[in-house]
Design a protein. Structure first.
Lengths: 615, 655
C-alpha cells in the first residue's frame, strides 16, 4: 500500500501516529485520574504514564512495540510529527497559564518575586558551578578538556537552577493555587528564573568551541575573553554578539508585549468580539497572537513557550476576554494537549542505561538543596511565613521538561557525558514528581471533600418505594449494614430512628438528612435514598422529601457530622442539580450528575486562601 | 542579519523549523479566520473565506512563479514559510537516507533505493527511479508536523460531523427519511457515475491510469453525499430546524452521510487493492485475482468495523460513559475519553486500508448516540474543532493546489449541473413518494443539495490518493461551495420563508446614541430622533412626530427596564434601530414600574408591516437575561455594545 501515500506520511505511518497519540492520551488521562483519586496532582500520573510507555518500561519489555509506536530515528516522519505536536502542546499549555496570570498581583509581588528568583537562581547555580568546575568526576564526567571546563561549569549551574514553568503551572492549577498570591509568586519567579536560565544557556552555547570539544588549547582564553566581552560589555564585532542581541531583543519583546501590546490587545478585543463570529473569532484571535509570539521567541533563541506565555499574560489581562472563551481554551488544552505533553517528557529516556548512582544522587541532592534552600531563603527575606517559604521552594524545585531539553542540547553539543545527562534527566523528573505532593504536604492543603467522592454506586438507592420515614430508614439501614463496618442493621436503625424522634431532619427543597453517630465506624458514610413518591419529614417549607441522605459518622469525630451536612447542602444547592438527580436512570448517572455539578460549582470558588502575602 | 545557532536542535526539529512551523501555523490560522469573517460579513459561508485564505497564501497566488518568476520574492517567501523539503546549503533538497539503508541490498521484498534499481527495462525504470528519488527527499520537519496537524484536523472534523448524527431521529422518521435519502443517493450516484464513465476526459481523468471504475464510483459517491452541518445551519437560520420538514431533511442527510462514507470507504479499498496488485507485478490474471481478494478483505473488515461500532461499540460506549462521567474529573475525563476513542477508531480504519477520518466519523456516530453525552461536552469539542482545526484544514487545502491552473470551465459546469440536478430530482421524487407536497418536495431537494465541507474533505482525500486530478478537485471545491451558497436562498424562495432577523444586523454605529441626557420620555424620544435622523437621512422632526404620536396611544415600556418606542416611516428603505442608554432611567410607564434604561427606537419602512413585529421580538429576546442587559448598559461605545449583544446572544443560543 506504499504507493497510496501521496503525502509525506505513509498510510502505515498515519496509523501508527494516530495510535501512538491515542495510547499516549488515553494512558496519561487514566493515570492522571488515578493520581487525582489518590489526592495527588494530575500531572504526576501524566508523567508516570510517559515513563510506562517510554524506553524505561515499554522499551525494556517490548522494544519492538515501543520502536513501532514511538520511533527514535530522528529522521522518521512519525518522530517528527510527534515532536511537532508536543511543541504545539507545550506552547498552548503556556498560553493557558499566561491567561491565568493576573498582572496586578505580579506588580504587587514585584519585590518578593525578585528576591525569590534571585536566590532561586544564585544558590543552585553557585553550588552547581562549583561542582562542575572542581569536581566534574563526581558528575560522571571523567575527562574534561580545558576549553570546555568553563562552559561545563556554567552549564551545570544553569541546569540546576532552571525551573519547569509548564510543570509548576500545572501543579499549581491542580492544587487550585494558580490564582492565589503564592501561586502568582511562584509562577512569576519561575518565569523570571527561566528567562535568565535560557539566556545563560545561550551564553554557554556561545562559549562552546564551534568545532566540537577537540580544539586548539589557545581557544580557551579566546572563549573566556569573548564571553566576558559578550556578557559585560554590550557590543563587540565578533560572532558571539548573538547573546547580547538575544538578551536585548528578549527584554524588548517582554517590555513591548506587557505595555503597548497589552494595550493594543485590550483595544482590539471588543472589536473582534463584536465584529467577528462568537466565540470562533476570539478563539482564533487568541491562538494566532500566541503562535506568532511563540514563533518570535523561538527565533530569538529562547524557547517558544515564553512567547506563548507572555501572549497569554497580555491577552488575559484584558477584561474583555470572556470567562467562557477562557474556559473553552482551558478545557481543551489542559485535558487534551497537556496530558500528551507531560507524558512525552518521560518517553524518550531510558533510566536504567547509563545510570550512575553517584552522579544521580549528587545532582538530585544539589538541585533539591540548592533550589529549596535558595527559594526558601528568598521567600523568607520577602516576608513569607516558614511554611509558605518551604512551599515556594518545593514548587520552584520542579525542573521537568525544560531541564531535559537543556540536558539534551548540551549532550548533543558534546558538552556532557551520557551519565550526566541521565543524572540530569532523573533529577528533572524526580523533582517534578516530588514538587506537587511536597507542596501539598508542606502547605497542608486538604483536597476539598465533595459529596460524590464519598459515594459509591452501592450507597445510592435509586428507586426507593418508601412512603414513610420508618420505611425509608429501614431501607437505608439495611443497605448501610452491607457497606459499612457496622454489620448490624438493627443497631443502625435504632440510632437513626431515636435521633429522628427528637426532631425531624428535613431540609428545604425536598432534602432530608437523618443522621447518627455510631460506635465502631472507621470513617463517615453517606447513603442516599431517592424516593420518587416523597416522604414526609415535616419540612419547614412543607415539601415532601425526595432525596433522603443518611449520614453515619464515627463517635469520636464530632465535627465530621457537620461537615457532611454542609457537603450535602452544598451538593444539592441548585435546583437544576436536584432535578437532574431526580431524573437520573441509574446510580452511575446519579453520581455523574453530582460530579459534574461539583466541578461546575468549583469554577466560582475562590482559590485557596492559605497563602495571602503581605503587599 | 543575526541568525540563531542551528546547533540548538535537541529533538528531530531544529529551532529554525520550530520557528517557521509556529509562524506558518499562526499565519495560516489568522488568515483563514480573517477571510472567513469577511466571507461571513458578506453573507457567504465561512468555509469559502477559509479556502480563499489558503489560495492566497498558497500555490495559486503567493507561491505562483507566474507572477515574479521562479526566483521571485513571493515564491521564496512561500517556500520559506511552507517548506516541503529540507534544503541543504546549496538550496537543494536533502536526500533522505534511511538508517537501515545497507540492508536494502540484502533483504528481499523491500524495494531497493534508486541506486540499486538500475536494470535494463528502459525509460520507465529511469522515471520510476527518479520518482522514487523524489519521494526519498527528506521532508521538512515543519512541513511534516503541519501535515500531521491537518490530518488530525480532518479526523476531528469528521468526529464532530459524526457526533451530530442522531440515529434515534432517523428511526423515528422511518419510511419518509428512507425514501428521501435513498432516492437522494441513487439518482445523483447514477448521474455522477455516468458522467465519469462516458465523459472522463472532460473532467480531468487521466486516461492512462487503469482506475476508471474506481474513478466513476468515486464521482458517483461524491455527487450523492450531503453536508449535515451546512444543512443544519440553513434550517436553523430559517427557524425550521425543529419543524417536521427540518427533521426529515436532517435525518435523510444523516442516512445519506453514513451510506456515502461507507461507500467511499469501499472505493478506497478498491483503489488500494488495485494499486497493490499492480505493484506486486506478475501476470495480469494473478494481479486481478489478488486485487479482488484484497478488496474483499478490506470491504469485509470495513463492514465488520462499521457493524461492530454501531452495535456493540455503541452499546459499550453508552455503558462506559456514565462511569467515566461519574468517576473522572469533569469535563476533562469525558473529553479525553471521546478523543481517545475516536483516535483509536481512526487508527483502526487507517490500518484496514480506508482513511482515518472514516473511523473518526463512525466513532462520532457511536458516541453521539449515547444519551449520556452532555450537550455541553459536545459544544466544547465543537467550538475548538470548528474554530481552530477547521480553518486550518480548509486553508491547508488551498495551500498546495493551484486553483488558476486547475480551473476548467467545462469540468466545473458539468460537475455543478450534475450535482444540483441529481440531488434535486432524486430527493424530489423521494419526498413526493413519501407524501410531501410539491413545494415541500422541491424544498427538500434544494436543502439536500448542499454539499459543503465534507465534500471538500472527500475530494482532498481522492486527490491525495491519486484518484482524481487537480482539475476535478477544483471543480468539486467550486461545486461544494456553490451548492452550499445556493441551498439556503433556494429553499427560502421555494417555501417563501424569510430568514430570522437579528437585532445586531440592524444596528449601526451611526444609530447608537450612547448615554442619554434626557430624563423624560418626551425629551428622550427627541434625542433619539436626532440620532435616528443622522442614521436614516430623514428629518428629525418627522421621526420625532411619528414616534411620539405612537407613544401617546399607548406607552412602549417593557418589563426589565427596556423601552421600544417605534414608528413606521414613509421614505425609509430599510429598518433601523436607534439605541440609547440611560443610567438614571427614563419613565416609559412599564407594567413592572421600572424606569427604562435601554431604549431601542425601532424605525421601519411603511410598506413592511411584519418587520416591526419581528424587531420588537428581537429586542425582547436580545435583552432577555440580566447579564445581557447589564453588560449592554455598561458598554461605553458602539463596539462594546455590539460585543456585549453578540456574545450574550451566542451564549443564550447555546442554552
Amino acid at each position: 500500500m506504499n504507493m497510496l501515500a501521496a503525502g509525506p506520511l505513509e498510510v502505515s505511518e498515519i496509523t501508527r501516529l494516530l495510535l501512538a497519540m491515542a495510547v499516549l492520551l488515553g494512558l496519561a488521562r487514566l493515570m492522571g485520574e488515578w493520581a487525582r483519586q489518590l489526592g495527588q496532582p494530575t500531572v504526576l500520573g501524566e508523567i508516570l504514564a510517559g515513563i510506562l510507555l517510554g524506553q524505561t518500561v515499554l522499551g525494556a519489555i517490548a522494544p519492538g512495540g515501543y520502536e513501532w509506536l514511538f520511533p527514535s530515528d530522528p529522521g522518521s516522519g512519525i518522530a517528527i510529527a510527534e515532536e511537532g505536536f508536543i511543541v504545539m502542546s507545550a506552547t498552548l499549555l503556556l498560553l493557558v497559564v499566561g491567561l491565568e496570570v493576573d498582572l496586578s498581583t505580579v506588580w504587587r509581588l514585584g519585590k518578593a518575586m525578585g528576591v525569590v528568583s534571585a536566590f532561586g537562581i544564585a544558590s543552585p547555580m553557585a553550588v552547581g558551578s562549583t561542582l562542575g568546575w572542581f569536581a566534574p568526576g563526581v558528575l560522571g564526567v571523567e575527562e574534561v578538556a580545558d576549553n570546555v571546563r568553563l562552559p561545563l561549569a556554567i552549564f551545570v549551574g544553569i541546569a540546576l537552577s532552571i525551573t519547569a514553568l509548564p510543570v509548576i503551572a500545572k501543579i499549581l492549577m491542580d492544587l487550585n493555587l494558580a490564582k492565589s498570591d503564592m501561586g502568582m509568586l511562584v509562577i512569576s519567579s519561575a518565569m523570571l528564573n527561566d528567562l535568565v536560565g535560557w539566556i545563560g544557556f545561550a551564553v554557554v552555547l556561545a562559549l562552546l568551541p564551534q568545532s566540537g570539544p577537540a580544539l586548539e588549547p589557545h581557544s580557551v582564553g579566546e572563549a573566556v575573553s569573548v564571553a566576558v566581552a559578550a556578557v559585560e560589555t554590550s557590543g563587540g564585532g565578533s560572532g558571539k554578539t548573538g547573546v547580547v542581541v538575544t538578551i536585548g531583543l528578549t527584554l524588548g519583546f517582554l517590555a513591548f508585549m506587557l505595555t503597548v501590546g497589552r494595550l493594543l490587545l485590550h483595544r482590539v478585543m471588543p472589536y473582534v468580539q463584536s465584529r467577528w463570529s462568537y466565540p470562533g473569532g476570539v478563539l482564533g484571535f487568541v491562538f494566532v497572537v500566541a503562535l506568532l509570539c511563540a514563533s518570535l521567541t523561538e527565533h530569538l533563541g529562547i524557547h517558544s513557550i515564553f512567547g506563548a506565555f507572555i501572549a497569554g499574560v497580555a491577552i488575559g489581562d484584558s477584561h474583555h476576554l470572556r470567562e467562557r472563551t477562557r474556559d473553552t481554551i482551558h478545557q481543551f488544552v489542559t485535558n487534551i494537549f497537556a496530558p500528551i505533553f507531560f507524558a512525552s517528557i518521560g518517553l524518550r529516556i531510558n533510566f536504567v542505561e547509563a545510570f550512575d548512582p553517584l552522579a544521580v544522587a549528587v545532582v538530585l541532592g544539589v538541585a533539591l538543596v540548592g533550589k529549596i534552600g535558595g527559594c526558601h531563603l528568598g521567600a523568607r527575606l520577602a516576608g513569607l511565613s516558614q511554611r509558605e517559604s518551604l512551599g515556594v521552594g518545593f514548587g520552584m524545585a520542579a525542573q521537568g521538561a525544560v531541564g531535559i531539553i537543556l540536558g539534551q542540547l548540551a549532550h548533543q553539543a558534546g558538552l556532557i557525558s551520557d551519565e550526566l545527562l541521565v543524572a540530569i534527566v532523573v533529577m528533572a523528573l524526580g523533582t517534578s514528581l516530588l514538587a506537587g505532593p511536597a507542596m501539598q504536604k508542606v502547605l497542608q492543603l486538604k483536597t476539598q471533600k465533595q459529596l460524590h467522592t464519598l459515594l459509591s454506586p452501592k450507597q445510592v438507592l435509586i428507586d426507593s418505594r418508601a412512603r414513610s420515614i420508618h420505611e425509608v430508614l429501614h431501607e437505608l439501614s439495611k443497605r448501610a449494614a452491607e457497606v459499612t463496618d457496622v454489620q448490624d442493621e438493627k443497631t443502625i436503625f435504632r440510632a437513626v430512628w431515636s435521633r429522628e424522634q427528637i426532631m425531624h431532619t428535613a431540609l428545604p427543597n425536598g432534602l432530608a438528612v437523618p443522621h447518627a453517630r455510631l460506635e465502631g465506624l472507621k470513617r463517615p458514610y453517606v447513603l442516599i435514598a431517592r424516593c420518587r413518591d416523597g416522604v414526609d419529614f415535616d419540612a419547614a417549607d412543607g415539601q415532601l422529601s425526595r432525596l433522603v441522605c443518611l449520614i453515619l459518622t464515627p463517635v469520636d469525630q464530632p465535627d465530621t457530622q457537620i461537615e457532611m451536612l454542609s457537603l450535602i447542602a452544598k451538593a444539592f444547592e441548585s435546583s437544576e442539580t436536584r432535578q437532574r438527580c431526580m431524573s437520573a436512570d441509574t446510580t452511575l448517572e446519579f453520581l455523574a450528575v453530582l460530579n459534574q455539578a461539583a466541578s461546575e460549582a468549583g469554577h466560582d470558588l475562590t482559590p485557596h486562601d492559605s497563602a495571602t502575602l503581605g503587599a | 542579519m543575526w541568525t540563531t545557532p542551528n546547533m540548538l536542535a535537541a529533538g528531530p526539529l531544529s529551532y529554525e523549523q520550530i520557528t517557521v512551523f509556529l509562524l506558518a501555523f499562526g499565519v495560516l490560522l489568522g488568515m483563514a479566520r480573517l477571510f472567513g469573517e469577511i466571507a461571513r460579513k458578506l453573507g457567504q459561508p465561512t468555509v469559502l473565506g477559509e479556502i480563499l485564505a489558503g489560495v492566497v497564501l498558497g500555490a495559486t497566488v503567493m507561491g505562483n512563479p507566474a507572477f515574479l518568476g521562479e526566483d521571485g520574492a513571493n515564491v521564496k517567501f512561500y517556500d520559506w514559510l511552507f517548506p516541503q523539503y529540507e534544503l541543504d546549503e546549496g538550496g537543494e533538497p536533502v536526500q533522505y537516507v534511511p538508517l537501515n539503508a545497507i540492508d536494502y541490498a540484502t533483504v528481499d521484498g523491500i524495494n531497493p533505493p534508486p541506486d540499486y534499481a538500475a536494470d535494463d527495462r528502459g525509460d520507465t525504470v529511469v522515471t520510476e527511479a527518479d520518482e522514487e528519488a523524489e519521494a526519498k527527499r527528506k521532508y521538512d520537519g515543519g512541513f511534516l508536523s503541519m501535515t500531521m496537524f491537518l490530518n488530525l484536523a480532518a479526523v476531528f472534523l469528521l468526529l464532530v460531523a459524526g457526533l451530530e448524527v442522531d440515529l434515534s431521529i432517523v428511526w423515528k422518521q422511518g419510511k419518509a427519511a428512507l425514501w428521501v435519502s435513498l432516492m437522494g443517493m441513487i439518482v445523483p450516484f447514477a448521474m455522477g457515475f455516468a458522467l465519469a464513465w462516458f465523459l472522463p476526459a472532460q473532467i480531468g481523468y487521466d486516461t492512462d491510469s487503469d482506475l476508471k471504475l474506481a474513478f466513476a464510483l468515486f464521482l458517483g459517491i461524491a455527487m450523492s453525499i450531503t453536508a449535515l452541518p451546512v444543512i443544519a445551519k440553513i434550517l436553523m437560520d430559517m427557524n425550521m430546524f425543529r419543524s417536521d420538514m427540518g427533521m426529515l431533511i436532517m435525518s435523510s442527510a444523516m442516512v445519506n452521510d453514513i451510506l456515502g462514507w461507507v461507500g467511499f470507504a469501499m472505493v478506497l479499498a478498491l483503489v488500494a487493492a488495485g494499486v497493490d496488485a499492480a505493484n506486486g507485478g506478475g501476470d495480469a490474471a494473478a494481479a486481478s485475482g489478488s486485487a479482488l481478494t484484497q478488496m474483499l478483505t478490506t470491504i469485509g473488515w470495513t463492514l465488520l468495523f462499521v457493524g461492530g461500532m454501531l452495535t456493540v461499540g455503541r452499546w459499550g460506549i453508552n455503558k462506559v460513559l456514565p462511569f467515566v462521567q461519574a468517576n473522572t474529573s469533569w469535563p476533562g475525563g469525558v473529553l479525553g475519553f471521546v478523543l481517545t476513542v475516536s483516535l483509536m477508531c481512526a487508527a483502526a480504519t487507517e490500518a484496514i486500508g480506508i482513511h482515518s477520518i472514516f473511523g473518526a466519523f463512525i466513532a462520532g456516530v457511536a458516541i453521539g448516540d449515547s444519551k449520556h453525552l452532555r450537550r455541553q461536552t459536545v459544544e466544547t469539542i465543537e467550538q475548538f474543532i470548528n474554530n481552530i482545526f477547521a480553518p486550518l484544514f480548509f486553508a491547508g487545502i488551498g495551500l498546495r493546489v493551484n486553483f488558476i491552473e486547475g480551473f476548467d470551465l467545462v469540468a466545473v459546469v458539468l460537475v455543478l449541473v450534475i450535482a444540483i440536478l441529481g440531488k434535486l430530482v432524486g430527493c424530489y421524487l423521494g419526498a413526493k413518494w413519501a407524501g410531501l407536497s410539491q413545494r415541500e418536495s422541491a424544498a427538500v431537494g434544494f436543502g439536500m443539495s448542499a454539499r459543503g465541507a465534507l465534500e471538500i474533505i472527500l475530494g482532498q482525500l481522492a486527490l491525495s490518493y491519486g484518484l482524481i486530478t487537480e482539475k476535478l478537485f477544483v471543480a468539486i471545491v467550486v461545486m461544494a461551495i456553490a451548492t452550499s451558497l445556493l441551498a439556503g436562498p433556494a429553499m427560502q424562495a421555494v417555501l417563501k420563508r424569510k430568514q430570522k432577523l437579528r437585532l445586531e444586523d440592524v444596528l449601526s454605529d451611526k444609530a447608537f446614541a450612547g448615554q442619554l441626557r434626557s430624563a423624560t420620555r418626551r425629551r428622550a424620544i427627541e434625542e433619539l430622533s436626532e440620532t435616528g435622523a443622522a442614521a436614516t437621512g430623514l428629518d428629525a422632526a418627522v421621526i420625532d412626530a411619528a414616534v411620539w404620536k405612537r407613544e401617546q396611544l399607548m406607552s412602549t415600556g417593557l418589563p426589565h427596564a427596556i423601552a421600544v418606542p417605534h414608528a413606521r416611516l414613509p421614505g425609509l428603505t430599510k429598518p433601523v434601530v436607534v439605541v440609547g442608554q440611560s443610567n438614571a432611567g427614563v419613565d416609559f410607564d412599564a407594567s413592572d414600574g421600572q424606569l427604562a434604561e435601554l431604549i431601542c427606537m425601532i424605525l421601519t419602512p411603511e410598506s413592511d408591516g411584519e418587520v416591526q413585529l419581528e424587531l420588537l421580538a428581537a429586542v425582547a429576546e436580545a435583552f432577555q437575561t440580566d447579564d445581557a442587559r447589564r453588560r449592554c448598559l455598561e458598554a461605553e461605545n458602539f463596539t462594546e455594545f455590539k460585543a456585549a449583544l453578540v456574545t450574550s446572544s451566542a451564549a443564550g443560543g447555546h442554552a
